[in-house]
Design a protein around this ligand. Structure first.
Ligand code: DAH
Length: 343
């Protein structure tokens, strides 16, 4: 008899339930009016008097354990249903969090930075609100110089004296000046950033866009160094290995050139974007004008340098075949989502 009670004690101990119904049928089995305990108690009178004390204690223990078991299982299930009401089914698989995408301008900017980092260029930045000196004068564009008209400027403060003007920078070439003023050659730096021009917004131009400026100043820097660096860049960036430099004019470089890459004429799009020539203009460049070096306290008899500047939007439009520059600023998720897989 005692053995049987021991066994039942163990059963009670290990019993678990996951529904209210299971708990209820356990309660009825053990504690109900026709349950196990009832029938064990009714056998009490048949137990040998010498064992009655021990048997009685074991029975009481069993009853107590069964009651406690029922209580604790009931309250566990109640807690669970409370948390279910609050949080829903906690065992359900989670909902995936929608991943965002990097903006194509950031992707292309990072790619360009990566290419130049590999050949030793550092990154530098400057302010978007500039003074006249850094945006124009130091870059060999004195007041009344006709080349100032090349870039329509947003003025924040327009003063009688040009040197006191405060403006939104029209190009990242201003960072060249700041960098040279604060660093000694050898200098190898690229400066990405936002620039502003008072231009009509169309499919091809915008009043806000991004540029990357490059600057290399050291002893004996030559035009050949510039060409080779640009060739490396176009190979890495576009996988194209033919470039040409067309003579051009920028006040801050002498000589100056426009860089074209040979895009090819394989598809109809190639014909359209290259206007049937196969060539595409991608940036301006040149040897830093000695006047600019002088303005930044670098001795032009000792040092020479090259510089280049390109529009990030233009590169992105070519890489991803985007026909309209305004797409970059509309924040239409259907456009932006397409760049999910990119870096
Ligand atoms: N700053 C020029 C622009 O905004 C681009 C440029 C051309 C930068 C030639 C340069 C350069 O450093 O050498 O159109």
């Amino acid at each position: 008899m005692l053995d049987k009670v021991e066994e039942l004690l163990q059963n009670v101990d290990t019993f678990t339930a996951s529904t209210k119904e299971e708990v209820e049928s356990f309660r009825i089995e053990y504690l109900g009016s026709k349950g196990i305990l009832k029938s064990l108690f009714s056998e009490f009178k048949n137990v040998d008097p010498s064992q009655r004390k021990e048997f009685g204690q074991a029975l009481n223990q069993l009853k107590k354990n069964a009651e406690e078991k029922v209580k604790s299982l009931q309250s566990n299930l109640e807690d669970q249903s409370l948390s279910e009401q609050k949080y829903g089914d906690l065992t359900r698989p989670g909902e995936p969090i929608a991943l965002g995408a990097r903006h194509p301008i950031s992707i292309v900017k990072n790619k360009i930075i990566d290419v130049f980092n590999r050949i030793g260029f550092t990154i530098s930045e400057g302010p978007e609100i500039e003074d006249d000196w850094h945006n124009f004068t130091a870059l060999n564009l004195p007041e009344y110089h006709p080349a100032r008209d090349m870039q329509d400027t947003f003025f924040i403060e327009k003063s009688d004296e040009a040197k006191d003007n405060v403006l939104l920078r029209t190009h990242t070439s201003s960072v060249q000046v700041r960098y040279m003023e604060n660093n000694e050659p050898p200098i190898r730096t690229i400066s990405p950033g936002r620039v502003f021009r008072n231009e009509d917004i169309s499919a091809r131009s915008h009043c806000i866009f991004h540029q990357i400026e490059g600057l290399y100043v050291d002893t004996d820097v030559s035009f050949a160094d510039l060409k080779q660096t640009l060739l490396f860049f176009t190979k890495e960036m576009f996988g194209k290995s033919k470039i040409r430099l067309r003579p051009s004019y920028f006040p801050f470089t002498e000589p100056s050139a426009e860089v074209d890459i040979y895009w090819g004429l394989e598809t109809e799009t190639d014909y359209r974007i290259t206007k049937g020539t196969g060539w595409l203009e991608i940036m301006g460049c040149g040897m830093v004008d000695p006047n600019v070096l002088k303005n930044c306290n670098i001795d032009p008899t000792k040092y020479s340098g090259y510089a280049f500047g390109m529009g990030i939007e233009r590169i992105a439009m070519l890489l991803y075949q985007i026909p309209d520059i305004r797409k970059f600023y509309e924040n239409d998720v259907r456009f932006l989502e397409q760049f999910k897989s990119a870096l």
